[in-house]
Ligand binder design. Structure first.
Ligand SMILES: *Cc1c(COP(=O)(O)O)cnc(C)c1O
Length: 342
């Protein structure tokens, strides 16, 4: 008998029967991309769902990071975390910006605000934190530092779809936040993403940038890029949005079961819910204490694999250890002890 493989996630798919009429409509309209009917509908629906005024859709979650840096004219050095998916730092590299890595907080796994100030130089222009595993960063302290030094803040909120703090969307923090709607995320459009900003003029600028810089039929305001998402994935996104709340509730139930099962196992710890936070349960990280558990993280990972449970080592290796970045002064092990340990 073939063994069942348990993957780290399974994509949320709309029912095919529900999707067919949308496809039929797209075929009738013959408008496949470039701010079409479903693109506009999805932007509106997402802004409403996420409780933010302005959402710009993108064809993946990496382009909004790159465009946020362009839209805000960020240059020089940007302070960021090594404990994330590589796209966070790659977006800086593609803009010719030097990433400066700051260590993380051992409890939240997010950038440690207490260590940001020491990393600021005259060339620093922005901070790019990540709400790792959807856990909110200390946005208040980060904003205080940003205000004090005149820095912009761009949050990589790829994990934080639907996350709220005291009833308020986490996406309202900072100057901008980016989302990823990749198939592995809690809400997906297969590939997709979005950039959230707080004023209409900025939304306009972002929309120019994601469409080659076109501000009219013959006017180009900047060397923009092609970041547009098509009608088919926009329609798919509208359908998935209707079931994302149910998916988050189901994930919560799974998290409760995992916590019950893992409670009391010496050497294994996990994250508890934070009071006042609406979590999206998109990840269930566990932490392995080798001495207490009697096995290393990797030994456990490969043991689980033998039993067809395919975990992932998030985030290993650290971004600062990849060849492109490891030469940087801030990438040294001594600068990032917590991130290395976690
Ligand atoms: C998924 C992810 C991205 C990139 O998203 P894509 O849609 O795959 O381009 C960026 N940052 C983080 C933290 C992610 O997890």
């Amino acid at each position: 008998m073939e063994k069942k493989v348990i993957t780290v996630t399974s994509p949320l798919l709309p029912s095919l029967d529900d999707f067919i009429p949308y496809l039929q409509d797209i075929w009738n309209r013959k408008w496949l991309t470039n701010n079409g009917h479903y693109h506009q509908e999805l932007e509106k629906a997402l802004a409403e769902y996420l409780e933010v005024p302005y959402v710009s859709l993108f064809t993946n979650g990496t382009l909004p990071l790159m465009c946020a840096l362009q839209a805000l004219r960020i240059t020089g050095e940007v302070i960021t975390t090594p404990y994330s998916f590589v796209a966070t730092t790659h977006s800086l590299w593609w803009n010719g910006i030097k990433p400066v890595f700051v260590d993380i907080d051992p409890v939240t796994c997010n950038i440690d605000p207490g260590k940001i100030e020491a990393a600021i130089t005259p060339r620093t222009t922005a901070i790019m934190p990540v709400h790792v595993y959807g856990r909110p960063c200390d946005t208040k302290r980060i904003q205080e530092i940003a205000d004090k030094y005149g820095l912009k803040v761009i949050y990589d909120a790829a994990h934080a779809f639907g996350v709220k703090v005291n009833g308020k969307s986490i996406l309202t923090a900072g100057d901008m936040s980016t989302l990823s709607f990749h198939a592995t995320k809690v809400y997906n459009t297969i590939e997709g993403g979005a950039l959230v900003c707080h004023d209409e003029r900025m939304k306009k600028r972002i929309d120019y940038l994601k469409n080659f810089g076109f501000a009219g039929e013959t006017e180009i305001i900047a060397p923009g890029i092609n970041g547009k998402i098509d009608e088919i994935r926009s329609a798919y996104g509208l359908l998935n949005l209707k079931q994302v709340d149910a998916a988050i509730i189901a994930r919560h139930q799974v998290a409760i079961k995992y916590r019950e099962a893992l409670r009391g196992i010496e050497g294994i710890s996990y994250m508890e819910d934070t009071s006042g936070v609406r979590h999206n349960y998109s990840y269930f990280p566990i932490f392995v204490n080798t001495e207490k558990y009697g096995m290393t993280r990797d030994e456990l990972y490969f043991k689980m694999k033998e039993h067809n449970v395919l975990g992932r080592r998030y985030f290993y290796p650290l971004i600062s250890d990849f060849s492109t970045y490891r030469g940087a002064e801030s990438a040294r092990l001594e600068n990032l002890p917590i991130a290395h340990k976690v």
